[in-house]
Design a protein around this ligand. Structure first.
Ligand code: C5P
Length: 237
């Protein structure tokens, strides 16, 4: 279906291929895993398959809830046909419970449940380790306009509400997650990239067991099993 010479981009976890349609691409999910900005490298068996399946379930759920995404259809277990977008170089992070970098930054123990979620943006620049910025940086540096940020935050709020409820039904707490947006051929801002245990913290509600990439980052073992657990719980919903 797609050839190596058609590859237009290779990221840390995915490859992108062009298609005969200039407005569509094929996204291939790899098993490669990186953490701490490429300092830790490895591979999680079948991660590409699991993340492609998890993202597909979530993007279909979001579509049913009126959120447009780049996802068009599944091609095979590791590949998806998606709308071609120009990625806005922002990582949009939502925190429902304090964990990870912000817990560390503020010297607060992981696990503080937030009544009001924290929205953060960071500038997608690997060599600078994706620095945390605010709206003023984004606007002044022309990364996004005020209107575009408002649009992104409104979509992000809705995505968080839908996903929190969804994972709750799977007995999983959605601790935090990172999403990316892109502009389609009409300039419309839509959700792109993926939503999977690679970019979300997911804790079992009862045991607080981590079912996400922190198992790789923190050498907790049973990484593939955790991703399988997430998929099997949400597949049943
Ligand atoms: O590391 P930090 O606490 O800032 O991560 C917040 C959330 O964003 C986590 O779910 C993490 O998996 C995700 N993230 C990501 N890619 C990054 C940074 C964070 O997917 N480059």
């Amino acid at each position: 279906m797609f050839k190596e010479e058609d590859q237009i981009y290779e990221g840390k976890a995915k490859k992108v291929y062009k298609t005969e349609n200039e407005n569509e691409v094929i996204i291939f999910y790899k098993d490669d895993a990186t953490a701490f900005n490429n300092i830790k490298k490895g591979s999680i068996q079948n991660k590409g398959i699991l993340n492609s399946k998890i993202t597909t379930i979530i993007f279909n759920l979001l579509k049913e809830n009126g959120i447009e995404t780049h996802f068009i259809k599944t091609i095979d277990e590791r590949s998806q046909l998606c709308k071609k977008v120009t990625i806005i170089p922002l990582e949009v992070i939502v925190r429902n419970t304090l964990a990870g970098s912000t817990a560390k930054l503020l010297g607060i123990e992981e696990g503080l449940v937030l009544d009001t979620p924290i929205f953060e943006i960071s500038y997608k620049k690997d060599e600078l380790k994706d620095p945390l910025i605010n709206d003023y940086h984004a606007i002044s540096l022309k990364i996004a306009t005020r209107e575009e940020l408002d649009n992104i935050y409104a979509q992000t709020k809705k995505i968080n509400e839908v996903l929190k409820k969804f994972f709750d039904k799977a007995n999983i707490d959605l601790i935090d997650f990172k999403i990316e947006f892109g502009k389609d051929s009409n300039g419309k801002i839509i959700l792109a990239d993926e939503i999977s245990p690679d970019c979300a913290r997911l804790w079992d509600k009862d045991t607080k067991k981590k079912l996400d990439k922190d198992r790789f980052r923190r050498d907790l073992g049973e990484i593939e099993d955790a991703y399988i657990e997430v998929l099997s719980r949400i597949e049943k919903l």
